[in-house]
Structures are given as structure tokens and as C-alpha cells.
Ligand binder design. Structure first.
Ligand SMILES: Cc1ncc(COP(=O)(O)O)c(C=O)c1O
Length: 433
């Protein structure tokens, strides 16, 4: 594959015009949309209008006049279209960590009601994203439960113990990009009497997700990655309608019962009465400006619907990932890079990771200085064989071109060839890697 072959792929790409929706600096190859999505053109003007007109002129009247109060539901309904949920089932609010706390807490309530003293274990993956593990650890401590961390191939054995209350997984692993089959894993969990809580941080907007079809119990996800909602964008939470019915019957309690989740917040009653359905999963006052930006980000994905939607985006994402692997392995051979993602594209999300021992951080800094932006995730120094230092590259098919992949690999080849990572300026660690 040569550069002109990649340019030919771009010329034939029906999704190529979607790149025009983004404000990308010329000369930058942005391969970090799995961490922070790029800025849509529409966002700056929309947020400015929300600030100047809705806030500046409308003042408090904009809660009704500009329907600020409806934003979590409206944005939630749009995200629902991307993850196989129905309108009214998903809400945009809070952070992924906070929503995970709500979802896991609710799942544990159901498990306690169903399984009694027998089900005292929360199972997750050792390499799950740390915030997920920290939240689970906290809930396990609070409820006197055990948190059991397993390798991906140990999930079935853990379920077979018969004591699992909840299986809590991230569908696409943040380090390796390994993708779980949500329907199959959920079926296995249910067969073992456990509920599932899914973190879709690296799935929503990256690949087709079918929450209802997978029969999942709870899901949370992130607004600032593939949904392009901007730094610290609100996250989302979803629960299966059978659990929403439990709430309606009063058999299930959303633990962060703030006033915005109340059935009638402006009655200001001292006693809590949850709002019906997903509205009861709000806690405090919605982050209006952030939700406004998130809506613009989600709209960039919905703009792909007439062009084939997430199915088409997934096909392009796989093609970009396959091209990247092929080019890195052929053009950067001999420099110590080892594929740290599944080779099988069907088992991989929209990112590709390469392990690089010793100088991974500095190599990524050198690459970024050349305008190719990926990121670095430190490994476990005690266990570098299973958890190595990795260079992560995310492929957002909305705005990444095949020629970008070629150029990224060429820059990486040069960094490694001339040992650019050896320069002291690339070795100093920043607070965020
Ligand atoms: C799988 C996963 N969950 C959660 C988060 C972050 O959660 P929060 O937005 O609450 O910081 C990340 C961030 O990268 C992530 O990769």
C-alpha cells in the first residue's frame, strides 16, 4: 500500500464529506478521538449562542424558554439512537463514574432482592478502566461484598461459581481495544443468575451497539470521546425497561436521589418521589452549556445516518485499523513495536495499540511534536508481559482519512529510525499522558 493508494481510498469514501463537520488544524493527524473527540464546527457558534442569547438575554427564563430543562432527555434520546435504545430510556447527565455508581448500586439492589445472601460478588476485569474498578470497590466495601477481578478468559469460570451478583464490564477495553460480544456475555451472565452493567465509553459512537437486542441490564457511557461532546462532557446512563418498571413499582431506588430526579422538583416537598422512567436518574442541576456542546457532537454522528450510519462508520473504522496495523508492521519493523490489540478486527474496537518497551512515552511525545496525536498508557512495571507500556491510536471514521493513517505511520517510522525519542525534551512526563 502506497500513499496514492490511500488517497484513492479517500476519494472513494462516501463518509469523507463528514470531515468537513470538524474544525481540524491543517497538518495535524488526530488519532486520539477515543480519548477526546475533535471539535465540531457547529459547537463554538451554538455554545456562544447559548451563552449570549439564552443565558445573557433569556436569563433564568431560558430554563423554560430555551428548554434547558429538557436537554438531558433530548440529548439522551439522540444518544439512544446510537446504542440500540428506545426514546425515553437513556439520559445524558453527570460523569461516567457517577453514572456507574448509580447503575451498579441499582444492579446490586436487584441482585440482593433476587439472590439473597448467596450472591455477594461483583466480577470485573483486572484491566478494566480504573475508575470503574474504584467505584465498584467503594460499593463493595459499603455493602460488604467482594470485588473479584479476572482476566477476560476467566469470566465464565467466575460466573460458574454461582455467587456473582453483577458482572460489570467495559465493552471495549481502554488499553487493548479488545471488544466483548455484549449479547453473548450478557446471556452467559443471565444464565448464571447475574446482572450486567456495561461501560460503553469506547463503544458509543464507535461501533453499532444494541442494548435492547443484547438484553443488557444497565449501561453507562462517555460524552467526550466518540460522541465529540468536548472536554468533561456529560455522560449517559441507560437501564432496561424491566428495571424501569421496578422503579415505577417502588422496588428499585436510584441512590443519588437529588431534586432533579424528583417527580415534581418545583413542588419542593421534603420527601423524595422519583420521576417516572429515566428522568428519575438525574441527580442535580443539568450542566446546560456542556449538554449544549454534547448535542452538537452527537449530531455529527447522526449526520452519518443517511450515509449508512454506524454500520458504515464501523466498516471504515475497521479498514483504517487494518491499514494502520499493516503499515506499522511493514514500515516500522525492527523497532520493538508489538501489536497489543486483537489482530482479528471483529474482536477490536476503534483503536489499535502497540506495546513499546522502555521509550514508549518519549516516542509518543516525539510523534505528537510532529503533528500526529495519539496517546500513551503506562503498563504495569511488575507485569510488563501482560500489561506493557502502550502507544494508543484511535480511529474516528468521521474525520480520519486513509492518507492520515499513511502519514501517521511515516512519522512514527522516522521517530523510531532517528531515535528521536532520545531527546530529553520528550522524556519529561506531563500530568496528563
Ligand atoms: C472505560 C472508561 N470509563 C470511564 C472513563 C472516565 O470516566 P469519567 O468521565 O467519569 O472520568 C474512561 C476514561 O477514559 C474510560 O475509558
Amino acid at each position: 500500500m502506497k500513499l496514492f493508494d490511500c488517497e484513492a481510498l479517500d476519494a472513494a469514501d462516501v463518509l469523507a464529506p463528514l470531515r468537513e463537520l470538524f474544525d481540524l488544524a491543517p497538518g495535524t493527524v488526530y488519532l486520539d478521538g477515543n480519548s477526546l473527540g475533535a471539535l465540531p464546527h457547529a459547537t463554538a457558534a451554538r455554545v456562544q449562542a447559548a451563552v449570549q442569547h439564552e443565558w445573557g438575554r433569556g436569563l433564568i427564563g431560558s430554563w423554560n424558554g430555551a428548554d434547558w430543562i429538557g436537554l438531558p432527555r433530548r440529548v439522551g434520546d439522540k444518544i439512544a439512537r446510537l446504542v440500540g435504545a428506545a426514546p425515553g430510556q437513556l439520559i445524558a447527565a453527570d460523569s461516567t463514574s457517577v453514572n456507574l455508581y448509580k447503575a451498579l448500586s441499582a444492579a446490586l439492589q436487584i441482585a440482593a432482592a433476587q439472590g439473597g445472601v448467596k450472591r455477594r460478588v461483583v466480577v470485573s476485569e483486572r484491566s478494566n478502566f480504573p475508575t470503574d474498578l474504584y467505584i465498584a470497590e467503594s460499593l463493595a466495601r459499603e455493602r460488604g461484598l467482594a470485588l473479584k477481578l479476572v482476566e477476560p478468559d476467566g469470566i465464565d469460570a467466575a460466573l460458574a461459581q454461582g455467587d456473582v451478583a453483577v458482572l460489570m464490564l467495559t465493552q471495549v477495553n481502554y488499553r487493548s481495544g479488545r471488544l466483548h460480544d455484549m449479547a453473548a456475555v450478557t446471556a452467559a451472565a443471565h444464565a448464571a443468575g447475574a446482572l450486567t452493567v456495561w461501560d460503553l465509553a469506547h463503544s458509543a459512537g464507535a461501533l453499532p451497539v444494541d442494548l435492547l437486542g443484547s438484553d443488557a441490564d444497565f449501561a453507562v457511557g462517555c460524552g467526550y470521546k466518540y460522541l465529540n461532546g468536548g472536554p468533561g462532557a456529560p455522560a449517559f446512563v441507560w437501564l432496561h425497561p424491566r428495571h424501569a418498571e421496578r422503579m415505577a413499582r417502588g422496588d428499585l431506588w436510584q441512590p443519588l436521589s437529588g431534586w432533579m430526579g424528583h417527580a415534581r422538583p418545583f413542588d419542593f416537598t421534603p420527601a423524595y418521589a422519583p420521576a417516572e422512567g429515566i428522568a428519575g436518574w438525574l441527580c442535580g442541576t443539568p450542566a446546560v452549556l456542556s449538554l449544549t456542546a454534547l448535542e452538537c457532537g452527537v449530531d455529527t454522528l447522526l449526520a452519518a445516518e443517511p450515509l449508512g450510519g454506524l454500520g458504515a462508520l464501523r466498516r471504515k473504522s475497521i479498514a483504517l485499523g487494518e491499514l494502520f496495523i499493516e503499515l506499522v508492521e511493514s514500515r516500522c519493523a525492527g523497532h520493538g513495536l508489538e501489536l497489543a490489540s486483537p489482530r482479528d478486527a471483529a474482536a477490536r474496537g476503534s483503536q489499535v495499540s502497540f506495546a513499546l518497551a522502555g521509550h514508549g512515552y518519549a516516542a509518543m511525545q516525539a510523534l505528537i511534536a510532529r503533528g500526529v496525536v495519539g496517546d500513551f498508557r503506562a503498563g504495569d512495571a511488575r507485569d510488563p508481559a501482560t500489561t506493557p507500556d502502550i502507544l494508543r491510536f484511535g480511529f474516528t471514521p468521521l474525520y480520519t482519512r486513509f492518507a492520515d493513517v499513511w502519514n501517521a505511520v511515516e512519522q512514527l517510522r522516522q521517530v523510531l529510525e532517528v531515535r528521536e525519542w532520545n531527546q530529553p525534551r520528550f522524556r519529561a512526563r506531563h500530568a496528563v499522558t
